[in-house]
Design a protein around this ligand. Sequence first.
Ligand SMILES: NC(=O)c1ccc[n+]([C@@H]2O[C@H](COP(=O)([O-])OP(=O)(O)OC[C@H]3O[C@@H](n4cnc5c(N)ncnc54)[C@H](OP(=O)(O)O)[C@@H]3O)[C@@H](O)[C@H]2O)c1
Length: 290
Amino acid sequence: MIEKSPNKIIAGVMTWGVWGKDFQVNDMAERIRTFHESGITDFDHADIYGGYTTEATFGAALRESGIDRSKIQLITKCGIQYVSEARPVKIKHYDYSFEHITASAEQSLANLKTDYLDVFLLHRPSPLLEPEEVAAAVTQLLEAGKIRSFGVSNFTNDQTALLLKYLPVQFNQIQFSATQHEAATSGALDFMLLHQIKPMAWNPLGSYFKTDSEIAKRLKPVVEELAQKYDVGTDTILLNWILKHPAQVAPVVGTTDVNRLKSQLKALTFSMSTIEWFEIYTAALGHKVP
Ligand SMILES: NC(=O)c1ccc[n+]([C@@H]2O[C@H](COP(=O)([O-])OP(=O)(O)OC[C@H]3O[C@@H](n4cnc5c(N)ncnc54)[C@H](OP(=O)(O)O)[C@@H]3O)[C@@H](O)[C@H]2O)c1
C-alpha cells in the first residue's frame, strides 16, 4: 500500500452570493462557521462570482465569524473579464496580462480582507496567454507572500505543460464527475499525477440531480443501491466515486445546505470497491469497458 495524504472536500461559494442564495454578511458568517465546524477548511472563490461581489461579502463574513484566518484556506481565480456593472467591458474575454493578474490578486486580497491567498488559479485558458508574462506576475506575487501557491483551472495537458516550463503549477481545477468523466481516460488526471499537480473537481455531482438526462437515468439504480449498502446519500456515493481515483481529486462541492454538506463529508470515511467504481463507470458509459 502506498502512503498518501488524506483526501479533502472543498466548499465552493459560487452560489452563496447574488448568483444564488444571496446570503448577507450575517448569514454568510453563520454558514462559514457551520461549514468549518463540520470539517471544511477550504473555500473556493473566483473574482467574478456574484458579478465581482461575493468575495467581498465573504471577506466581511469571515471576519465576523471570528474564525482564525490560519485555520482557513482561501482559493480564488482570476482572468475572466465578465460584462457586469462592476466591470463595464465591451465583451466577455480573458486577460492574463501582468497588470491584470497583479491587480486581480490585489483586489481579491482586499475583498477577502486578508494579506495572503492560499491558492491563486487562472480561471480558464486563453488563446492569447503569454506564459512568460504569467510567470513574471505569479512569481512576483509568490515572492511577496501575497499568494502561497499557484494553479490553473480548465487547462488541457498541453496548456499546463506550457506554463510548467516557466513556473510550478500546483493545481488544476477541472470539471469531473460520474457524468463528466473524460478526465479519467483522456490522460488529464494521469498528467496531473505525473507532474504532482493536485486536481480539484468542480460540479462534482455532474448532471445527476439537475436534469433527467439519459446518463443520470442509467446511473440512478447503481448509485441508489450503493447508497443503501453504505447507508449514505446518493450525493455521497457520487463524491466517493471521485475520491477513489489515485490522483486524489478534491471535489469542490456547491451545496449551501449544512446538512447536505455533513452527509457529503461522509464520502471521506469509506472507499467503494474497484468493482463498485466500475459499476458506476459502466452505467455512465452506457456499455461495458472494452
Ligand atoms: N473552475 C471553474 O470553472 C468552476 C466552474 C463552476 C463551478 N466552480 C466551483 O465549483 C463549485 C461547485 O460547483 P457546483 O455548484 O456545480 O457543484 P455540485 O456540488 O456538483 O452541485 C451543487 C448543486 O447541487 C445541489 N445538490 C447538492 N446535493 C444535492 C442533493 N442531495 N439533492 C439535490 N440537489 C443537490 C445543490 O443544491 P443545494 O445548495 O440546495 O444543496 C447545488 O445546487 C462552485 O461553487 C465553484 O466554487 C468552478
